[in-house]
Design a protein around this ligand. Structure first.
Ligand code: PSV
Ligand code: MN
Length: 390
């Protein structure tokens, strides 16, 4: 068998860039326990240093997303310079209106205009940070909703959300974008103010061109056909970004492609078909994960490699043969074309390709052999380890 990854496929793969989240490097856990780990970063600088390892060994992760105010520093220009010196850029700024007592009954949707104002101003602060970091995207995920039927005025909250988002959107510069992330439940259990892609779409469509939807793969009910949503948002020109992760039960934030590699393949196939990896594509790819029990840097390396592997397989789908089968009603023929690509193991070819680009053939092994984990465990003693929420 000859090479499966044609030069054309490799050109597309070369463009692939997956932003990593700063919070993946901090400690995390469940509501039962957060485990400390030797070497865990104690500040945003150390998180960026770890993220830079992922890019150095894979060539796939040139940006680091920040969470504000978890990643608050005195001088964002200095943080940006530090990141650049390590070969990465600062990416999406994630706002946070879910950790303040004032927000118990909502932030951008709150009944009280003073609370809404505070939440809007928090986003203005995020935009200031973006101006210093050079970030393109302001990502808004809202923990807003209610727990009991009758508790909240559903329509009123939707109207107030629209008004708050309008104020935030108006503050963005011409290059900056607002991406609104939906999630079907949690922390609220009865209703969530932005529960689905349709609501996110309706809200961003009312704002303007630079307002788009963020699709977090973990934020859907079990069995949801996510690739259909990918197709629809791309078709509408409103798919702004992905938060990749995988789930078994809820918003598990596990390693992307770990729970269901076939789902990741199907998603990447739709992304490609919609032009999502072409040069002018507006779609930003990000991980949104936590590594509660596994090594964090290795967890991130595994994640970006999983995305690359499933993208390579999706690129192998014989689109012409698929189109013929679809047009002629050849159900099983179409399925064969699709599954042939999914079942093709591309790992050896990707390893050889990496080597040809002066990257390690096996980034996981290279990280284990590098001594970096031992070095940070020895150096980062004392201080407070960063974690989800810090
Ligand atoms: C909470 O569900 C969440 O995981 C959202 O997906 C956000 O993207 C992330 O936190 C960071 O705020
Ligand atoms: Mn997310």
């Amino acid at each position: 068998m000859g090479a499966k990854l044609t030069p054309q496929i490799l050109t597309t793969l070369e463009r692939q860039a997956i932003e990593v989240p700063s919070w993946a490097y901090g400690n995390s856990g469940t509501r039962f326990k957060v485990y400390g780990t030797p070497g865990t970063p104690r500040d945003p600088y150390e998180k960026i240093a770890d993220a830079a390892q992922v890019n150095k060994l894979t060539g796939l992760a040139p940006k680091v997303a920040l969470h504000y105010p978890w990643d608050k520093v005195e001088d964002y220009t200095a943080l940006r310079r530090y990141a650049n010196d390590l070969g990465v850029e600062l990416g999406t700024i994630n706002s946070n209106t879910f950790q303040d007592d004032d927000y118990k009954f909502g932030a951008l949707t709150h009944e009280d205009p003073a609370v809404r104002r505070k939440a809007v101003e928090h986003h203005f602060d995020c935009i200031e940070v973006m101006n210093a970091t050079g970030s393109q995207d302001l990502k808004i995920w809202l923990a807003e909703g209610s727990n009991y039927p009758g508790q909240a005025d559903l329509r009123g909250r939707q109207d107030r959300l629209a008004e708050s988002l309008q104020q935030i959107y108006a503050r963005l510069s011409g290059e900056q974008r607002l991406v609104l992330e939906y999630k079907f439940f949690e922390p609220s259990f009865y209703h969530t103010d932005v529960p689905d892609w349709g609501t996110a779409y309706a809200q961003v469509a009312a704002l303007g061109e630079r307002a788009l939807v963020c699709l977090d793969t973990g934020h859907h009910a079990p069995g949801t056909n996510i690739e259909f949503i990918v197709m629809q948002l791309q078709r509408l020109g409103k798919l702004g970004s992905f938060d990749f992760n995988s789930r078994f039960y809820a918003d598990d934030d596990l390693i992307v492609g770990a729970a269901d590699p076939f789902q990741l393949f199907r998603i990447m196939f739709e992304v490609l078909r919609g032009g999502g990896l072409e040069e002018d594509s507006p779609i930003a790819f990000m991980l949104d994960q936590c590594h509660n029990v596994e090594d964090k840097v290795l967890g991130q390396i595994r994640s970006v490699l999983n995305v690359q592997e499933m993208t390579a397989r999706a690129l192998l789908v014989d689109r012409e043969a698929l189109a013929v089968a679809q047009k002629t009603g050849d159900v099983l023929g179409a399925q064969e074309v699709f599954m042939d690509a999914f079942y093709t193991d591309v790992r050896a070819e990707l390893a050889a390709w990496r080597e040809s680009r002066s990257l390690p053939a096996d980034p996981m092994a290279a990280y284990r052999a590098s001594g970096y984990a031992e070095q940070i465990a020895a150096e980062r003693v004392g201080g407070v380890q960063a974690g989800w929420g810090a």
